[in-house]
Write a protein that binds this ligand. Structure first.
Ligand code: HEM
Length: 159
């Protein structure tokens, strides 16, 4: 008998594809705009911000390259955070609200998915805070988009 070939889904696929990411960031920014700590940081964001961030994160997690094709890049994302003087308090609230939203929308909650998702968010938010205390980006303009995978667990939890 031939061994069956196991195809490991991307984090993007396992999360539920683009509708899951667009819904997640839509609900998340609704919370952000009524949060006393984060509202002042985001009150001037354009209406398309939430979709751009959804497409960015989806692309990093193995989804289609929508953010790049829409004219974005990792360098442009970095540039958006420059000189914003974000604090760890901002970052922690951002994380708290995003993870709370992920639970409410029932994103997969298997340990494998959540550990990989959390690892990327920790990395991304800490980089956002570091960049926000600089006035000029240190990275080259052609820095590639990050690509996040499952890490040590290697794939989703399959009972
Ligand atoms: C994984 C973490 C993060 C990712 C992937 C991310 C991604 C992005 C992207 C793609 C943009 C540009 C959106 C556009 O082109 O319209 C952006 C802008 C921005 N981000 Fe982040 N971000 C992260 C973390 C944070 C955190 C922790 C904060 C603050 C608590 C923050 C504050 C902002 C602000 C203030 C803008 C500009 C909004 C505006 O245009 O008014 N970001 N972010």
């Amino acid at each position: 008998m031939k061994p069956s070939k196991i195809v490991v889904p991307t984090l993007f696929e396992w999360a539920g594809g683009m509708p899951a990411f667009e819904h997640l960031f839509d609900e998340f920014y609704n919370k952000v705009l009524i949060d006393p700590l984060l509202e002042p940081v985001f009150k001037h964001m354009p209406p398309e911000h939430r979709q751009h961030v959804a497409h960015f994160v989806a692309e990093v997690l193995g989804g289609p390259k929508l953010y790049s094709e829409e004219g974005g890049s990792h360098f442009k994302m970095i540039s958006k955070h420059l000189s914003r003087h974000l604090t760890q308090e901002h970052r922690k609230r951002w994380m708290e609200l995003l993870l709370e939203t992920a639970d409410e929308l029932t994103l997969p909650d298997d340990p494998e998915f959540r550990s990989a998702f959390l690892a990327y968010l920790e990395w991304g938010t800490r980089i956002a805070v570091i960049n926000s205390h600089q006035d000029i980006a240190n990275e080259p303009e052609d820095i590639p988009m990050p690509k996040w995978g499952w890490g040590v667990p290697g794939g989703p939890y399959i009972p």
